[in-house]
Design a protein. Structure first.
Length: 394
């Protein structure tokens, strides 16, 4: 029997291609034993069918504590105490409280406000001498503004909430004092809504707790942290990486500039294509009973690592998978997950990405990178690809 592969695997060569080793595993060994950095044994699955099964089948649990040997270093507190780390019925109860804030109808009502935010930020950009940094002036503030507006956080507190979020997505044990400060700040926001409620998500959560007893204090805190982080961190990275991909494939950018009606399908295809995660794996599962994946028996209590990114390149589902095809007729990608843990803010994220790309195409049709692509620097120590700066000119 072969020895388990060390995990995480090496980083992919670029944001445009998955790790060749993962592509080979998907073809030859779609279910393989690995050993995580903290010594935890796990099973890496890479075919679309197996990954989707792990995301949607009730025999797979998100409650990592169910594992015979729960991972320690890689998963963090958010994995066990928030929506992304719970199973039904607890997950269903909490998600139902907050999900109505992210319905397609409610998100569409936000579109004009988001479009105005996009134009305001782009107007500030064009006033600056080139080159300008998209990260500082657009891709970071836009999702922060949107989620803060949804949560009823005043404009003067946006930067502070962004700092709290940055702390939360790091190692909670590396700097406990900063973590405690961030948690206390979010708890203060909740308390302020209790004293002075408004028409916002936090106030609605407070009302659900006080009138219906549907949330404990800890649950409400973790839900608010999860919404704050999930509401902007990934979207910021997607704006940067999506634009980089379109500028890398200049013909596609020209098509979008000339045909903005294809932007929704472009967002779906970029969600499939772009390698946002560094390891290509997010949100481990634990088997509740023995499950066969690609004919391989995976025992009960095993940690399963779904390789989202390479599953989105499975040729059995996506013809010519390594090409960006904005005309792809069917695109059942897993970029936003699947099953009960599909991204809560999927409609909001799609709308923001559509408006961001539409605004840039409308206002800056000749935009291009101001430095060679090889000089773009990514932030170290994260599980997602986050650029430090993205200098643009036009």
């Amino acid at each position: 029997m072969s020895r388990p592969l060390p995990f995480p695997l090496p980083e992919p060569p670029s944001i445009y291609e998955p790790l060749p080793q993962l592509v080979d595993l998907q073809r030859d060994q779609p279910v393989v034993e690995v050993r995580m950095a903290d010594g935890t044994p796990a099973w890496l699955v890479s075919s679309y069918a197996d990954v989707r099964l792990a995301l949607t089948d009730r025999r797979f649990s998100r409650e990592i504590r169910r594992a015979e040997r729960p991972p320690v270093a890689e998963l963090g507190a958010m994995e066990t105490e928030s929506l992304i780390g719970l199973d039904p019925p607890e997950h269903t109860r909490l998600r139902r409280v907050v999900a109505h804030a992210f319905t397609p109808r409610r998100v569409e009502r936000l579109r004009p406000a988001v479009r105005a935010m996009v134009d305001q930020l782009l107007s500030r950009m064009v006033e600056r001498p080139c080159p300008v940094d998209l990260v500082e002036l657009f891709s970071t503030p836009l999702p922060v503004w949107v989620i803060c507006d949804l949560m009823g956080i005043a404009p003067k507190d946006r930067e502070r909430c962004k700092e709290w979020s940055d702390v939360m997505v790091g190692d909670w044990n590396r700097d406990p004092e900063r973590t405690n400060t961030a948690v206390a700040g979010i708890a203060e926001l909740i308390e302020s809504r209790r004293k002075d409620p408004g028409d916002d998500l936090i106030s609605e959560l407070v009302l659900a707790q006080e009138e219906h007893g549907r949330l404990t204090e800890r649950e409400m805190l973790m839900v608010c942290i999860g919404v704050l982080i999930g509401g902007h961190e990934t979207t910021t990275n997607q704006i940067n990486l999506f634009l980089m991909t379109l500028l890398h494939h200049r013909d596609l950018w020209s098509r979008i500039v000339g045909n903005p009606e294809i932007i929704p399908s472009a967002v779906e295809e970029l969600s499939r294509f772009v390698q946002v995660g560094i390891t290509g794996v997010m949100q481990p599962r634990v088997t509740l009973e023995e499950v066969r994946l690609s004919g391989v028996p995976v025992p009960a209590g095993a940690v399963v690592l779904p390789a989202f990114m390479v599953a989105n390149r499975d040729p059995a589902v996506f013809p010519d998978p390594h090409r960006v095809d904005v005309d792809r007729p069917a695109n059942p990608h897993l970029g936003f997950g699947a099953g009960v843990h599909r991204c809560l803010g999927i409609h909001l994220a799609r709308m923001e990405l559509q408006e961001a790309l539409a605004g840039i195409a409308r206002r800056l049709p000749d935009v291009r990178l101001a430095v060679p692509e090889s000089e773009i620097v990514f932030v170290d120590g994260l599980v997602v690809r986050q650029v430090q700066t993205l200098p643009l000119t036009w």
